[in-house]
Ligand binder design. Structure first.
Ligand code: C2E
Ligand code: CA
Ligand code: CA
Length: 648
């Protein structure tokens, strides 16, 4: 019982490490307050000592004050030095524990010294001693307000002997002073207790506020799903590293990653799987990153990398390829194992960008370009692209200002039955003749129109013209028409196309609508709904450029396709190249097994044609039969029985 009471008192009077933030705050306050306290003690002690120089022995009037001075100066210097130090909880605790000890020693020293001077003084001088003890005690307690243990110790050590000593002096004014000091000390201790509580509460509130601020900062700058820095922080980091690279004359690179095939995973397996895939992708990127590489998630399935001091173009591309390789490795998630790929667009400072904006924009352009030409790989922005960007900006301007109704025309390329050589349909292909730019090929202006959001208008004009031409053809000749991603991913676009087909009076069964895989990648669900609507109308749906993009058979199965069009890259030299031969053969088998029609595109030579006949190909299109021809040439073309000749 006594032991536990003593332990409690011991704890109360010592410095504990229960609240590290409180220790640091006490340290902070004390670094200016404690020197003040020692100064008060020192000046008051010397003031008292001088009055006793003549009457008291030198030990008490000179040597003890000198000893005080040395000790106090050492402590003052120690604390003044610590003013600019940011303490750890442990250093603060040690400093405060020392203060606690010195408070005890100072209390004992002041009391002992003052009372030992008492016998050498006259009544005035004794009054001075009482005043010194009372007022210095109050001063010290006030200076130690934020260290409750020290304040209480000083109050007890100075005041109890004081009160006892002067109460028994038999002098009424000293007895009155003792009672007065006792009351003031009691009140002061209450003030210390209350103030200390307020101080501790204020420190707690500050700590809480700091924690909340930190959390807010974290939320504002980190991506909540992957824990990576978010888009905002990416740009902050990029701006900082850019300035740094500029000052140090170092190379800096930005990489933007877009996942290929994320959308279908999300659509087929659900958002939970999609989310865990993104988390895994983030982790793989972090694992691959060295200390000079920052990884961020920009949003959706887009990630970004900052490569500080990035090395040569070759090294950068090699790093990019390593990342693409890692992303191709299947992801084993809780509910499914999925395989995707990722493309990276890269750009570098100072070679290919002058500012942060350009660095980012050019990496983004490289990504866009890479996705079109070599999906799933790293692509570095080059000086040639600057020319391309200028060209596409010019094209976009021209498209916006053009009289497209007038300038756009349609040409038609026959799609022929390989076995009977009958023309089954024509594919409508857009042509743009601009007074300033001349003939602009669709491979140039369609992508620009898609990026600028202008392709819907082009589709409308071309479809209108193509349908009008088709209405003049025999009933057994169909029309194949290219739709772009935006046409089928916007509900308005689909409604307009349906309206145009219905009002043309042409049997929708004569119509094949060609779509590319890019549309599927962009928004699988929307594209699927659009395709189902068009299919329900009676139109055929052909998957264009099959084999060039990211194709998954499960996706093909999920779509109501009626045809695939094998891209011409597989057909050229099919008679000489065994790899092409095998690919086309297996694609023909695949289409047959899935009950789909199959058009082989880009057949240019008799040898290629003969090989396709042998493989049992069904439909073909290409220069071997005919290039795209104008509306007026079609009537001449149709009645002809196609001989094995090239019509150019
Ligand atoms: P695509 O849909 O794959 O069209 C086939 C392209 O291959 C056409 O180029 C055609 O002229 C060309 N071609 C046909 N046979 C051969 C051949 O034997 N050898 C070679 N080397 N090429 C052949 P074109 O007309 O320049 O069109 C290029 C692309 O522009 C089209 O590729 C299509 O993606 C797009 N496009 C054309 N017209 C339209 C349109 O009205 N709307 C949309 N959205 N895209 C269009
Ligand atoms: Ca096509
Ligand atoms: Ca094609």
């Amino acid at each position: 019982m006594l032991k536990s009471l003593l332990a409690r008192i011991g704890r109360f009077l010592s410095v504990t490490d229960e609240n590290p933030e409180l220790l640091k705050a006490q340290f902070e306050v004390f670094s200016s307050q404690v020197p003040l306290m020692y100064s008060i003690v020192l000046i008051s002690a010397w003031a008292l000592a001088f009055t006793f120089i003549a009457s008291a022995p030198p030990l008490l009037s000179i040597y003890v004050p000198i000893f005080f001075t040395v000790v106090c100066c050492v402590r003052i210097i120690g604390w003044l030095r610590s003013r600019h130090v940011v303490p750890t909880a442990e250093t603060a605790r040690k400093a405060l524990a020392r203060t606690n000890l010195f408070a005890l020693l100072i209390g004992v020293a002041i009391t002992g010294w003052s009372l030992s001077l008492y016998p050498y003084g006259d009544p005035y001088m004794r009054g001075n001693i009482a005043f010194f003890m009372a007022i210095t005690g109050v001063g010290v307690i006030i200076c130690l307000l934020q260290l409750r243990s020290a304040a209480i110790m000083v109050a007890i050590i100075i005041n109890i002997p004081f009160v006892l000593y002067f109460s028994f002096s038999g002098i009424p004014s000293f007895i009155g002073m003792a009672i007065n000091t006792f009351l003031v000390a009691g009140a002061l201790l209450m003030v210390v207790t209350v103030q200390f509580r307020h101080f501790a509460a204020a420190v707690d509130a500050r700590t809480l506020l700091e924690t909340v601020n930190e959390e807010n900062f974290r939320l504002a700058n980190l991506d909540s799903l992957t824990g990576l820095t978010n888009r905002r922080q990416f740009f902050t980091n990029l701006t900082e590293t850019f300035c740094d690279a500029k000052t140090k004359g170092q190379r800096l690179a930005v990489g933007i990653i877009d996942l290929d095939g994320f959308k279908p995973v999300n659509d087929l397996y659900g958002h939970v799987v999609g989310d865990s895939l993104l988390v895994e992708v983030g982790q793989r990127l972090v694992t691959l990153a060295d200390q000079n590489t920052h990884v961020s998630r920009l949003g959706g399935d887009e990630f970004a990398l900052i490569f500080c001091d990035c090395g040569s173009d070759e090294e950068l591309l090699a790093k990019g390829e390593r990342i693409c390789d890692a992303l191709r490795t299947p992801f084993v998630l809780a509910d499914a194992t999925v395989q995707i790929s990722g493309s990276i667009g890269l750009s570098t400072f100072p070679q290919l960008a002058e500012n942060v904006h350009e660095l980012y924009e050019r990496a983004d352009y490289a990504l866009y370009h890479g996705k079109r030409t070599n999906r799933g790989h790293a692509f570095l922005f080059s000086i040639d692209h600057v020319v391309e960007i200028e060209q596409s900006t010019r094209l976009e301007q021209a498209l916006r200002n053009a009289d497209l109704q007038q300038e756009l025309t349609v040409v038609f390329q026959p799609i022929v039955d390989i076995q009977t050589r009958r023309t089954m349909a024509f594919e409508a292909l857009a042509r743009w003749n601009n007074p300033a730019l001349g003939n602009v090929p669709p491979a140039l202006f369609i992508p620009v129109a898609e990026r600028a959001g202008l392709v819907g208008g082009i589709t409308r004009i071309i479809l209108e013209k193509a349908l009008a031409t088709t209405s003049n053809w025999p009933e057994n000749v169909g029309l194949s028409f290219n739709l772009s991603t935006q046409d089928i991913c916007s509900p308005d676009g689909v409604v307009r196309i349906v309206g145009m087909i219905l009002s043309s009076g042409i049997d929708p069964q004569r119509l094949d609508l060609e779509i590319t895989e890019t549309a599927m990648m962009y928004d699988f669900e929307r594209a699927k709904t659009a395709i189902e609507t068009l299919k329900a109308l009676g139109c055929g749906i052909a998957l264009d450029d099959f084999g060039t993009g990211y194709s998954s058979l499960s996706q093909l199965h999920a779509l109501p396709l009626t045809k695939i069009k094998i891209d011409r890259t597989f057909v050229s030299n099919i008679d000489k190249n065994p790899a092409s031969y095998k690919i086309v053969k297996s694609l023909l088998t695949l289409s047959r097994d899935m009950g789909l029609g199959c058009v082989v595109e880009g057949v240019e030579t008799r040898e290629e044609m003969d090989t396709l006949i042998k493989l049992g190909g069904q439909l073909a299109q290409g220069y071997f039969y005919s290039r795209a021809i104008s509306e007026s040439q079609i009537n001449d073309f149709l009645p002809k029985t196609l001989e094995d000749q090239q019509v150019v």
